[in-house]
Design a protein around this ligand. Structure first.
Ligand code: ACO
Length: 396
C-alpha cells in the first residue's frame, strides 16, 4: 500500500524581527546574519502563543486543504522539543482544540529536531501495514526556537508549526518504502536542560555533528536503496534536495559536503538548482526546529519554477543529540498547484515587523509567564487553568 502526504499546513506567528536590525542592535555587521547565516527574518511568537496553538493552527490548514473531518483522523502525533508540560503532551491539547475522536491515538514524540520525522516514519508504516484501516495520521511539528538574547544562537531563532496529513492517498508526495537511511550517535551538541527554557548549544560542534550525521545517513540510504553505481553524482538521482535548515547557510554546508561525498569536484555549482527553492520560506521564518525541514519542503513545492511531477526529492532530517534520517519521496501530479493554493508566501507577507525593544520585551514577558505556577481549580476531576488561553487564540 502507498503512503504519503495528502496535504500540509503551516502556522507562523504574526510577528517577526528583521535580522539586519538585530545585527545593528548587537553591534554586528548585518552581512554576518543575512549572508553569513543566510537568514533575512526570524519569526517571534507573541507572549500568548505557544506550541499548542501553533500546532492546532497548522493542523486546521492541512485538514481544510484535504477536506478532512475530525472523524477521519486515527492518529495524532506532535513532534516537539518545546513541551508545555513534563507529562501531558502538546497533542492532547491539540486533540481538544480540533475536536478529534476519543478513538484517535494521541501522543507526543521528542528527539530535538528529529521528533517530527520519527512520528512521520511511524505513521507511514501504520498506513502501509493496513492498521490505519482507511484513517489518516496527523503529524505536527511545532516549536519555538530559543537561544536567548545576546547569545551567538540568537539570530538563529524562529517559531512555527508544520502539519502533515499522512494517508494512503498521497496527493503531494509518495514516500519510497524501505528507502531510508538512519544515523544516531550520543553527542552533546545541543540540548534544552530542565533548568532552562533556552537551548544550550556548542554551535560550531553542532555543525560538525550535523555533517557527520548527514554522511552516515546518506551512506545508509544508498545501501538501503541498492542503486549505487552508474555515471555522475549519486545525488543527481534527485530533482531536489531538502535539508534540515537551522539557518540557510547550514543547507549550503550540507550540500557541499554531500556533493563532495559524491566525488563532485565543484560541489557548490548545483546548489541553486537542487536546494535554492527550498530556502525561500525558511529565510523568512528562521529555525522552527522539528518543522524546519518540512517548511523547506513546503518552500520547494510552493516556490520551485520547475515542474517536479513524478520526480524524486531527497530529504535529510537532523535532530541534535543525535538522530538523523535520509529518505526520499516522489512528487505527485498537481502537488505544486495544491501547495501554491495555500498562499504561504502571502501568509508571511501579512506579518508585522517588531522593533528590537518590542522583541526584547516579548522575550522577557514570555520568560515570566512560563514561570508562573498554574492555577488549579478542583472540579470535575481536577481542572487545569493553563497560563495561556488556547481556545481564544485558536478561535481567531
Ligand atoms: N558578511 C558575510 N558573512 C560573514 C560576515 C560578514 N560581515 N561576518 C561573518 N560572516 C560569516 C562567517 O564567515 C561564517 O560563515 P561560514 O560558516 O561559511 O564560515 C558565518 O558568517 C557565521 O559566522 P560565525 O563566526 O561562525 O558565527 P558565530 O560563531 O557567531 O555562530 C553559529 C554561528 C554557530 C551557527 C551560531 O549562530 C549558533 O550556535 N547557532 C545555533 C546552533 C545551530 O543552529 N547549529 C546547527 C546544527 S544543530 C541544529 O539544528 C539546532
Amino acid at each position: 500500500m502507498q503512503a504519503g502526504l495528502e496535504s500540509l499546513g503551516i502556522a507562523v506567528p504574526p510577528t517577526y524581527v528583521e535580522l539586519a536590525e538585530l545585527a545593528k542592535a548587537r553591534g554586528v555587521a548585518p552581512g554576518k546574519y543575512v549572508d553569513g547565516l543566510g537568514v533575512t527574518r526570524m519569526a517571534v511568537p507573541l507572549v500568548e502563543e505557544d506550541t499548542v496553538t501553533l500546532a492546532a493552527r497548522a493542523a486546521r490548514m492541512a485538514m481544510e486543504a484535504a477536506g478532512c473531518t475530525p472523524e477521519d483522523v486515527g492518529m495524532l502525533v506532535v513532534g516537539t522539543e518545546t513541551a508545555v508540560d513534563h507529562s501531558k503532551p502538546v497533542s492532547s491539547y491539540v486533540q481538544g482544540l480540533l475536536g478529534l475522536s476519543t478513538r484517535c491515538r494521541v501522543f507526543e514524540t521528542k528527539h530535538a529536531c528529529y521528533g517530527g520525522t520519527a512520528a512521520l516514519l511511524l505513521a507511514m508504516d501504520w498506513v502501509r501495514s493496513g492498521s490505519a484501516k482507511g484513517k489518516k495520521a496527523l503529524i505536527i511539528c511545532s516549536d519555538i526556537a530559543r537561544y536567548g538574547v545576546g547569545t551567538p544562537g540568537e539570530p538563529t531563532q524562529g517559531a512555527g508549526a508544520v502539519a502533515l496529513l499522512v494517508s494512503d492517498k498521497p496527493k503531494l508526495l509518495a514516500f519510497e518504502a524501505g528507502k531510508t537511511g538512519a544515523y544516531a550517535k550520543d553527542v552533546m551538541d545541543f540540548w534544552r536542560p530542565l533548568y532552562s527554557k533556552d537551548a544550550v548549544v556548542d554551535g560550531h560542534y553542532s555543525v560538525q555533528c550535523y555533517l557527520d550525521a548527514l554522511e552516515g545517513a546518506y551512506k545508509a540510504y544508498q545501501e538501503a536503496a541498492g542503486d549505487t553505481g552508474g555515471e555522475g553524482s549519486y545525488s543527481d538521482r534527485f530533482a531536489a534536495l531538502v535539508y534540515h535548515v537551522p539557518y540557510g547557510k547550514m543547507s549550503r554546508k550540507a550540500h557541499r559536503h554531500l556533493r563532495t561525498l559524491d566525488g563532485d569536484k565543484e560541489p557548490d555549482t548545483s546548489f541553486d538548482r537542487l536546494v535554492g527553492p527550498s530556502l525561500m520560506l525558511p529565510s523568512q521564518v528562521g529555525n522552527i526546529y522539528t518543522g524546519s525541514m518540512y517548511l523547506a519542503l513546503a518552500s520547494l513545492l510552493s516556490c520551485s519554477r520547475e515542474d517536479l511531477t513524478g520526480k524524486r526529492v531527497g530529504l535529510f532530517s537532523y535532530g541534535s543529540g543525535s538522530c538523523a534520517e535520509f529518505f526520499s519521496a516522489v512528487v505527485q501530479p498537481e502537488a505544486q498547484a495544491r501547495v501554491k493554493a495555500l498562499g504561504l508566501e502571502n501568509l508571511l507577507e501579512k506579518r508585522r515587523a517588531l522593533s528590537i525593544p518590542e522583541y526584547e520585551a516579548i522575550m522577557a514577558a514570555r520568560e515570566k509567564l512560563d514561570d508562573k505556577p498554574a492555577e488549579e481549580t478542583p472540579g470535575e476531576g481536577f481542572r487545569y487553568q493553563g497560563t495561556r488561553d488556547h481556545k481564544r487564540i485558536y478561535a481567531r
